[in-house]
Design a protein around this ligand. Structure first.
Ligand code: CU
Length: 158
């Protein structure tokens, strides 16, 4: 019997369940750092998704789609400034992740748009989903839900 290690694992599980820890996800040459989203007001129809996608390989890849378990729709968006007005629209043809480079998805630039939310997102939970890449294929990720006004992923323990 390994009672001490079992207790240790239980304690660790309890710690992880208590906070939405940011995490990294790997697929082939890609590393998806700290996927996160924001808590939503009750009844909100959409939420944004953010992460840093790093490509350690010699070939470019491209993000072509994905899914979010708490929404019916998923698209890749870009914020643009035109005539002094910020607007957003879909990125056509996929978002390139350059070889030996990275792309940041954040509230002011490229981002994921979860449309048709099926429920309210609550701070400190994690919500599953996928990202689909041209070369790396489909990657499962978990989005840590931050506060409604969060500007970046929340880290706990450091
Ligand atoms: Cu958008």
């Amino acid at each position: 019997m390994h009672i001490p290690s079992l207790l240790g694992a239980a304690a660790l599980t309890a710690t992880l369940a208590g906070s939405a820890l940011a995490a990294d996800f790997k697929a082939g040459n890609l590393v998806i750092h700290d996927p996160w989203t924001r808590a939503t007001p009750r009844g909100a129809p959409v939420a944004g998704g953010y992460a840093v996608i790093e490509n350690t390989g010699d070939q470019p890849d491209s993000l072509t789609g994905g899914s979010f378990s708490a929404s019916s729709g998923f698209s890749i968006h870009q914020m643009t400034m035109k005539d002094g007005v910020m607007s957003m629209g879909p990125v056509e043809g996929g978002l390139e992740i350059p070889a030996h480079g990275s792309v940041k998805l954040d509230p002011s630039g490229f981002h994921l748009m979860f449309t048709g939310l099926t429920r309210q997102l609550k701070r400190h939970e994690t919500v599953g989903g996928t990202l689909v890449f041209k070369n790396a294929g489909t990657v499962s990720v978990d989005y840590a839900v931050g506060s409604i006004g969060a500007r970046g992923p929340e880290h706990s323990g450091h």
